[in-house]
Design a protein around this ligand. Structure first.
Ligand SMILES: [Ca+2]
Ligand SMILES: [Ca+2]
Length: 212
């Protein structure tokens, strides 16, 4: 029973359509290891951006060639939460699917924490605000750090093939959920009550002094 719950918690599917910008990504909330993400590139202009946690930079990897999915020619891109490029790959040697390999120096140098991973179909690529290509795109089998001097992710351009995909991770976790916003009014209320109590105590003291 416990094992089943654990297995279920490691896999997640895109909900609706994940956004493509640093302001519209889909966060993969949950607890524990994140091993499998499934999604769909539904349009030639679709790219899916997800917020994940890299829990172990030394072992982190992401790949699209392990499980099923009929998007045959995938691309993977990793960014900081601010949209700065970290690493990208279009094709694994001899395949059209993609791999950000464990042990790559750009990955192992990261600090554990939250990052953005994007999935697109070939050939829908990431550009900065000056329409500079963020990552080199050929030869297709390269595992690329960003081009020098490029800015953060601004838009995507090109035309994507469409279909379903599966991303398999190592060294990744779900993003820990933010505490319930409902807690805020309670804390604010307590703060307010405390302020009233302090004011009433102060008044009490003052009037006490005045009375003396
Ligand atoms: Ca999608
Ligand atoms: Ca590819």
């Amino acid at each position: 029973m416990v094992a089943l719950t654990w297995a279920e918690a490691q896999t997640i599917a895109e909900t609706g359509d994940a956004g493509s910008a640093v302001s519209t990504y889909q966060t993969l909330f949950g607890t524990g290891a994140l091993t499998t993400l499934t999604g769909n590139i539904g349009l030639s202009t679709d790219v899916d951006l997800f917020r994940i946690k890299i829990s172990n930079p030394a072992t982190f990897s992401a790949r699209t060639d392990v499980s099923s999915g009929n998007l045959n020619d995938t691309q993977l891109f990793l960014f900081t939460l601010a949209g700065a490029g970290i690493l990208a790959n279009d094709d694994i040697s001899g395949k059209l699917k993609s791999l950000l390999p464990a042990g790559d120096s750009h990955l192992s140098a990261l600090t554990a924490g939250d990052y953005l991973i994007a999935v697109s179909g070939y050939n829908f690529d990431a550009f900065d605000a000056t329409s500079a290509l963020i990552f080199p795109s050929s030869p297709f089998t390269g595992v690329y750090a960003p081009n020098s001097g490029v800015g953060i992710l601004d838009h995507w351009s090109g035309s994507s093939s469409t279909g379903t995909y599966t991303v398999t991770f190592t060294g990744a976790s779900f993003v820990t959920a933010i505490p319930e916003p409902a807690g805020t009014p309670l804390i604010a209320g307590l703060g307010c009550a405390a302020a009233i109590w302090i004011r009433s105590r102060f008044r009490g003291k003052s009037s006490g002094r005045n009375a003396t």
